[in-house]
Design a protein around this ligand. Structure first.
Ligand code: GLY
Length: 380
């Protein structure tokens, strides 16, 4: 199933269950100065999770563009990316655990309306409880009710999700999928944790029950309403649906990876990690520029600058020239132009900004080399 079909099925499934479809907000947060980029699907909805009335009602569904750069050193492995799309359905003080869990299960496993994933490959984690909130036995019985065996449900204290130190938060129940060829079968908690570390199982869905408020990193009380916030990464779900073991082999990246490979020298074609880094960083840069950010030395502009410069460094290692970089940008625009209109309308600007930054960086590198040469001459 192509990513386009996954998007369509997700939105339709929840629309049929009373959710209003909302468009992705910009990557530049509109009313949250505490973060540089939108990092989660729920972020633009924070005021509504806190109790404000949303103009489209209490049930929403959407696919949100997100940027997270804290794991930048991990890019190139199977699942980390700096830009991703988060599919999410939200209940703003409406339905709670029962519907959220049942619908997530139904969407993932139903062949006709959902994705038709194999239920025997699912593993579930739930909140184990701590001083802030009790162990989530309710979610366990709902999971058992949909047919998940208790031996595949694990209690973890980490199952708590919040976007940061302040705002709505709560216990979550996460859904993992077994990627191995023969299937892992029943696992103890320890075996499950090891399978997670090895990326043999991968988290594909998170149901967060946002009923608490955090201030300065501490839970300070209950919210005025009980919300549901789900997060299902499109890249990972696509990977699972397409039977791949990494997100770079899915249709979301195939053009970008193919163009990168075609434009590098033959002896470098086995440097997969470096190619992935370039494709990832340039894809993120495309989306950041399309939302109006340009490279600079501060805040968002600085993150963009770092991404482009990092991509250029790896492009140099692989001998990917400027013309190849331009083709890579075009391939990303082609993949997303029907989903995000501003990627197409800003195509020239995106090309120009990335090119300008590439030139500046190369000039800086050249000057740096000259300075170094001078030092060596003096030492000699
Ligand atoms: N908002 C839930 C998640 O990003 O996992």
């Amino acid at each position: 199933m192509k990513s386009e079909e996954i998007r369509k099925r997700f939105l339709t499934f929840f629309e049929k269950r009373g959710h209003a479809i909302i468009p992705s907000a910009s990557l530049v947060p509109e009313n949250d100065p505490s973060v540089l980029f939108t990092t989660a699907g729920m972020q633009p909805l924070t005021p509504y999770l806190m109790g404000q009335e949303h103009p489209k009602g209490k049930r929403l569904v959407g696919i949100q563009k997100c940027v997270r750069t804290q794991d930048i050193e991990e890019i190139g492995d199977s699942t980390h990316v700096t830009f991703f799309e988060m599919m999410g359905n939200w209940s703003l003080g409406d339905y709670f655990k029962k519907d959220a869990i049942r619908w997530s299960y139904e969407f993932l496993t139903n062949k006709k309306e959902g994705l038709g994933l194999d239920p025997s490959r699912l593993y579930i984690t739930v909140f184990d409880g701590n001083d802030d909130a009790p162990r989530d036995e309710e979610s366990v019985s709902i999971w058992e009710g949909v047919g998940i065996d208790k031996s595949r449900i694990y209690f973890l204290e980490d199952n708590w999700w919040s976007p940061g130190d302040n705002g709505p938060s709560g216990p979550d129940t996460e859904i993992f999928y077994d990627l191995t060829k023969n299937g892992l079968g029943d696992m103890s908690l320890e075996e499950f944790k090891k399978a997670d570390e090895r990326q043999n199982v991968v988290e594909i869905w998170n149901n967060v029950f946002m009923e608490y408020e955090k201030k300065d990193g501490r839970v300070v009380g209950e919210l005025s309403q009980k919300n549901v916030d789900t997060g299902a990464g499109l890249e990972r779900i696509t990977m699972v649906m397409q039977g791949k073991d990494n997100v770079f082999d899915t249709d979301l990246f195939t053009y970008a990876m193919a163009v990168t490979e075609k434009n590098i020298s033959d002896e470098n074609k086995n440097l997969t990690k470096e190619m992935r880094i370039i494709a990832d960083h340039i894809r993120t840069a495309v989306f950041i520029v399309s939302d109006g950010v340009t490279p600079s030395n501060t805040d968002r502009g600085y993150i963009l600058r770092r991404l482009i410069r990092r991509a250029v460094r790896f492009a140099d290692i692989l001998s990917l020239e400027s013309e190849g970089m331009k083709k890579l940008i075009d391939s990303i625009v082609i993949k997303y132009e029907n989903v995000y209109e501003n990627v197409k309308s800003q195509q020239i600007k995106i090309q120009e900004e990335i090119k300008k930054e590439e030139i500046k960086f190369r000039a800086t590198l050249k000057n740096g080399t000259k300075e170094l040469e001078k030092i060596f001459i003096k030492i000699d």
